[in-house]
Design a protein around this ligand. Sequence first.
Ligand SMILES: [Zn+2]
Length: 108
Amino acid sequence: MEKEILEEKKINCWYCGSEIAKKDKYCKVCGKEQSQKARFPYTKLGIIVTSLFIGPFVLKKAMTSPLLTKKERTKFSATLIIVMAIILFFIMKAINVIGNYYVQMFSY
Ligand SMILES: [Zn+2]
């Protein structure tokens, strides 16, 4: 009886989201390790750190992270899109400034 209860404890795989037993060290579906270290990219801090390297691609992680609630996912995604838009705006502005600089250089 007690064993049955223990086996019913299910969690979602940190990678593919498949339902697996909590005691499983590896996902039965995708085979990825379910350790604390493996969870890091899916934590709030992990997603922020990852976003510095892969930018908008982190959105997929944020949307599928089992560690975030639905509300947090929405908030996170919205924030990420705004931040990316601001960065893009400054990049465009910088390109414009550099462009103008060259135009001025060649017009004299
Ligand atoms: Zn999996």
